[in-house]
Design a protein around this ligand. Structure first.
Ligand code: SF4
Length: 311
């Protein structure tokens, strides 16, 4: 039987943050509360703060039930897609209904700006993981990075994230996107760190532009510098930018000292090292074996992952 065409679902696709993820798209293309300089959905956003039923929820649920009944295998059902999903007024109902038909975990990827609203927080609290964004620690940088809707207030936005933490027992994985020269000054990073400490996310996921973006000011932060920035943000910070596909990794030689220097800042998994250093697994694995043989590094199991650290 040929694969059914879905209007609101995509995937499952492999996701660096969520494993095998089935995407659920519940707002029209680039319907958003912001217009970030690094957005990959084009330059023009339909900017709004109005919560409403952008996609008919019954139709979304029908597709989801069909997909699940067809034997869906995924680590997460992820509500995200081509705009800001918390703008959808039936987000909470959607999550409850997904929970009623599957054990697969539910994640919400959001820019977080509407979390100052109690109804949006209540909806997001139904998910297993909420992945909000915060790219600035002050109003000026917020304006430069995210071009928010004129009625959005930075302090209220951060307050919403802090409130979510106190009301929500699930996981919060905060994404922080860096553009060189825009939010990478010493002061900007320090301001961000202060805010992140108030929000207390379970993970800090550091990203930068590795794909083409429409704004020239959304310049990529180079891997070594991103590692340094991540280490300033706290121990739970990890790099999720995938440089390996974008900077000709195969032409690079593997510098053992750079690997050691990186591991001295914090233990890393193979995936972390690949992302941070812009190298493939094939390039890094022999280098790690060599460093182990030289008794320069050891491995440690955490969760179900292997981490490398200096001896
Ligand atoms: S929040 Fe996401 S969808 Fe909205 S403008 Fe920023 S990057 Fe694009």
């Amino acid at each position: 039987m040929s694969e059914l065409k879905y209007q609101y679902l995509f995937g499952p696709v492999p996701s660096r943050r969520l494993g095998r993820s089935l995407g659920v798209d519940i707002v029209p293309l680039k319907t958003c509360t912001q217009n970030c300089i690094y957005c990959q959905l084009g330059k023009d956003a339909l900017q709004t703060l109005d919560r409403k039923e952008y996609a008919p929820i019954e139709a979304v649920l029908k597709e989801l039930k069909t997909k699940i009944a067809s034997g869906l295998e995924a680590d997460f059902i992820t509500i995200s897609g081509s705009g800001e999903p918390t703008l959808h007024s039936s987000l909470g109902r959607l999550i409850s209904d997904i929970r009623a038909v599957t054990e697969i975990q539910v994640a919400v990827i959001t820019n977080g700006t509407l979390l100052s609203r109690p109804d949006v927080r209540a909806d997001c609290c139904k998910a297993d993981v909420v992945l909000p964004s915060l790219d600035a620690g002050d109003t000026e940088t917020f304006q430069k990075m995210n071009h928010p809707h004129p009625d959005l207030d930075f302090e209220q936005f951060v307050d919403g994230l802090i409130r979510l933490r106190s009301e929500y027992a699930g996981q919060i994985w905060l994404e922080v996107f860096f553009c060189e020269g825009v939010n990478t000054t010493i002061q900007a990073i320090s301001n961000l760190k202060t805010r992140i400490e108030q929000i207390r996310p379970d993970k800090i996921q550091v990203n930068t532009s590795v794909r083409p973006v429409v704004h020239p000011e959304a310049a990529r932060v180079e891997p070594k510098r991103l590692i340094s920035i991540a280490s300033q943000l706290g121990e739970q910070a990890e790099i999720i930018a995938d440089f390996s596909r974008h900077i000709g990794a195969t032409t690079q030689t593997v510098d053992l000292n750079i690997i050691l220097e990186t591991l001295r800042r914090r233990p890393c998994s193979l995936d972390d090292l690949c992302a941070g250093l812009g190298l493939s697994k094939e390039q890094l694995e022999p280098a790690l074996i060599k460093l182990e043989a030289l008794s320069k590094i050891i491995t440690e199991e955490k969760g179900q992952k292997k981490y490398y650290k200096p001896l």
